[in-house]
Design a protein around this ligand. Sequence first.
Ligand SMILES: Cc1cc2nc3c(=O)[nH]c(=O)nc-3n(C[C@H](O)[C@H](O)[C@H](O)COP(=O)(O)OP(=O)(O)OC[C@H]3O[C@@H](n4cnc5c(N)ncnc54)[C@H](O)[C@@H]3O)c2cc1C
Length: 325
Amino acid sequence: MSRLFVPDPPGEETGSTEADVVIVGGGPAGLTAAIYTSRETLGTILLEQRQCGGLPLTTDIVENYPGFPEGITGSDLVARMKDQASRFGTEIVEFGEVERTDRENDRIVVAGSGREYQAGAVVVASGSVPKKLDVPGEEEFVGKGVSYCAVCDGPFYKDRDVAVIGCGNSGLQEGMFLLDYVRSVTFVEFLPEMTGAKILQDRLRKREGTTFLLNHALTAIEGEDFVESITVRDRETGEERKVEVSGVFIYAGFQPNTAFLQGVAELSSDGYVRTDEEMRTSAPGIFAAGDVRVKKIRQITTACSDGTIAALSASEYLRDGRSKG
Ligand SMILES: Cc1cc2nc3c(=O)[nH]c(=O)nc-3n(C[C@H](O)[C@H](O)[C@H](O)COP(=O)(O)OP(=O)(O)OC[C@H]3O[C@@H](n4cnc5c(N)ncnc54)[C@H](O)[C@@H]3O)c2cc1C
């Protein structure tokens, strides 16, 4: 039960669609929440601004999700979650971005792209997007050598030299993926040490064609029509050097997708949603799950765990409200 978001024709009355639960975001957290609420027979609508799947669509192989000893591609894993949510009756609306959240009496209204939905409870599972570094050349060369997704763009760099900026889990994992295509990967890390999993560090250090520039800052991305080099600065000596590369893959942290929650629920100073252990936000009836909330470990398993708790808390909230009414 999946459909594309179709805005109302201009000039026509915009209707409001009712649901028990509206879920914002179709990544692992949102899809898991949908499996639980729809299996509890709550009328569930899931709104996803693009196609369902979230960040796993941008990664190749997922090796740490239990139940798949040989690993599973990110896209296969989320496709299964989507099928499961649909099977229990979730109505999935793709290409429907939520831009606003409001409250009308005891109903919560979520709206965007000319459509409005009213629900008794809302689960926010809108995740985050890769942060930009704002260095000279970054904006200019997006799609011309600058990328935030190795799985999407890596195959274009066959036998070329590329740089990966950021040596957390995402950077190391995607660097590993790139090594199947490219001639060399220069890893650039701002901190004196890599922060990604030790097993990934060890695997990469054994691979040919890898160089690690730790404690180095990316200061510029240069080229004519396409990327030709980057400049990095040694943070200890201040020395700058150019590295010739055709591609730059940036993994420098994330920015939460919470613009539509501003002023509605409490957010941290960097924009993540604050919740308690039951995934309740400061706004009654609004729950949050996955990477979008304040927490330490952001993985698919933890997103699914949050989605489960948020769904069951939403269900309890609706049941309590009904029994009082
Ligand atoms: C390169 C990379 C590799 C990774 N590899 C692994 C791995 O191997 N194992 C692992 O466990 N984790 C991995 N992770 C982390 C994992 O992908 C995330 O922790 C997980 O996807 C979080 O799920 P989520 O549902 O909270 O958010 P997301 O997956 O980010 O999904 C959020 C969804 O919400 C949608 N959305 C956002 N705003 C709106 C809006 N306003 N309206 C409607 N929809 C909206 C987005 O389009 C998106 O589909 C990786 C992450 C990256 C970037």
